[in-house]
Design a protein around this ligand. Structure first.
Ligand SMILES: NC(=O)CC[C@H](N)C(=O)O
Length: 348
C-alpha cells in the first residue's frame, strides 16, 4: 500500500508505507547499525536529520526505556525496510513520522553516490507527492541550523553523582548521550552537566578537574560558545571531547572541520591507533570531520576505511578527544578505556 512519499534532491519521489503519519523534512542519512535502534533514535546528534536504517528489520526486540540515550526521539523522521508495530507505535506517540516498505538499499546507494541530501516526507491517508516535495523545498542545509544546541542541551546546570569520590567533570552538553554521563559516573566522577552555551563563570563555578565537550548535532562551527570555553581553559584544565566535542576542540585550537560526503554511522567502524598499531571496532555517528587538526593537536588514531582523524591528543596540554563513541550503546566496547584515560588526566 502506498500512503507515504519520500522526496529527495532532484525532486525524485519514492513511494512507501506510512507507519507514523505526518509531514517532515531533514538531512537524509543512513546508519549501518544492525542493533541499537532505540539508542540511535534517542541520540541527540540525529536532531534535524531523517534516519534510514540499512538493516532491514527494525524493532525485533521491542522498545525499552532503559536503553534510551535521552528523553525523546531526535531524528525528525525514520525510514526502514520493515518496522515492527512496537517501533511504529513509539514514533506515533512522539509524533515523529515513519515510513517502511521502501527499498532502503536504493536510498543508501543514492546517499553513498550523491552524499547526504535534503529530503521531505509526507505520510498518512491524506499524504500526497506534492506534500513531500513541499517539505523538501523547505528543508535547510545542516549548517543553517545555527542554534541547534538550544534544541538538545540542558537549560540549567545539573549535577550527577554529587559526593562521588572521583574527579569533578564539567560536561558541556551540546546534546550529550546518556551513556557518556553513565560511563563517567561508573568511574565515580561527579558530572556537572552544563548548558551548551555555558560561560566561563559557569564553568569556574563548578571548580572542575577536567573540561569535557560532548557529542551533538549539526555543524560544529555553530557551537561558538563551547569553542570559546575551550580557548579559555586550554592549558589550565585537561580537555576531553567526543565526536562534536573533538570537532569543537580542533576548531578552537587552530584546526578546521569540513562536511563529509555521507559520514560515518554504524557500529563497526575500524579505527587504528597509530602508536600501538592496534585496531578497534567503534560506534560512530558523524557527518563532519576534522580536515586540519591545527598545530597544537596530534592525530593519534585514524579510520581504517578512509583515513580520517579519529583521535587527537596533546600530552603536554592534557587533551584527548575521540571522533567515535567510546561509550558505544549501541556497539562494541573496545574503546571504553577512553573514560579511564579521561579520569586519569583529571586526577593528575
Ligand atoms: N555524534 C556527534 O557528536 C556528531 C557531530 C557532528 N554533528 C557531526 O555530524 O559530525
Amino acid at each position: 500500500m502506498t500512503d507515504a512519499y519520500v522526496a529527495i534532491e532532484g525532486e525524485r519521489v519514492i513511494e512507501a508505507r506510512s507507519r507514523s503519519p505526518g509531514t517532515t523534512r531533514g538531512e537524509l542519512v543512513f546508519t549501518t547499525a544492525y542493533t541499537g535502534y532505540e539508542e540511535s533514535l534517542t541520540d541527540p546528534s540525529y536532531e534535524e536529520q531523517l534516519l534510514t536504517f540499512s538493516y532491514p528489520l527494525i524493532g525485533n526486540y521491542g522498545v525499552r526505556e532503559e536503553r534510551f540515550e535521552s528523553d525523546r526521539i531526535h531524528p525528525r523522521g525514520v525510514l526502514a525496510r520493515e518496522m515492527t508495530d512496537d517501533v511504529a507505535e513509539w514514533l506515533q506517540e512522539e509524533e515523529v513520522p515513519g515510513v517502511d516498505h521502501l527499498d532502503t538499499r536504493e536510498i543508501v546507494t543514492e546517499i553513498r553516490d550523491e552524499g547526504a541530501m535534503k529530503c521531505g516526507i509526507a505520510a498518512g491517508p491524506d499524504a500526497t507527492e506534492e506534500d513531500a516535495i513541499e517539505q523538501l523545498h523547505q528543508c535547510k542545509h545542516m549548517s543553517e541550523h545555527t542554534d541547534i544546541g538550544s534544541q538538545v542541551s540542558v537549560r540549567d546546570a545539573t549535577v550527577h553523582n554529587e559526593g562521588g569520590s572521583g574527579p569533578d567533570v564539567a560536561l558541556v552538553d551540546c546534546g550529550a548521550k546518556g551513556s557518556i554521563i553513565e560511563s563517567l559516573i561508573e568511574r565515580d566522577a561527579v558530572v556537572h552537566q552544563l548548558p551548551y552555551d555555558a560561560t566561563e563563570a559557569e564553568v569556574e563555578a563548578v571548580d572542575p578537574d577536567v573540561l569535557f565537550i560532548s557529542n551533538g548535532p549539526g555543524d560544529p562551527e555553530n557551537f561558538e560558545q563551547a569553542g570559546e570555553i575551550v580557548e579559555e581553559f586550554v592549558g589550565e584544565l585537561p580537555l576531553a571531547g567526543i565526536c562534536l566535542g573533538q570537532q569543537v576542540v580542533a576548531n578552537a585550537l587552530g584546526g578546521r572541520t569540513e562536511k563529509m560526503e555521507f559520514g560515518h554511522r554504524g557500529v563497526n567502524q575500524p579505527v587504528r591507533d597509530l602508536r600501538t598499531d592496534q585496531v578497534v571496532m567503534t560506534t560512530q555517528n558523524h557527518g563532519y570531520t576534522v580536515a586540519d587538526p591545527g598545530d597544537k593537536l596530534e592525530v593519534t588514531q585514524r579510520n581504517v576505511n578512509d583515513d580520517t582523524p579519529e583521535g587527537l591528543d596533546n600530552e603536554d596540554l592534557g587533551i584527548i578527544t575521540r571522533q567515535y563513541h567510546p561509550e558505544a550503546n549501541p556497539g562494541p566496547h573496545d574503546s571504553l578505556s577512553f573514560f579511564d584515560d579521561v579520569i586519569e588526566l583529571a586526577e593528575e
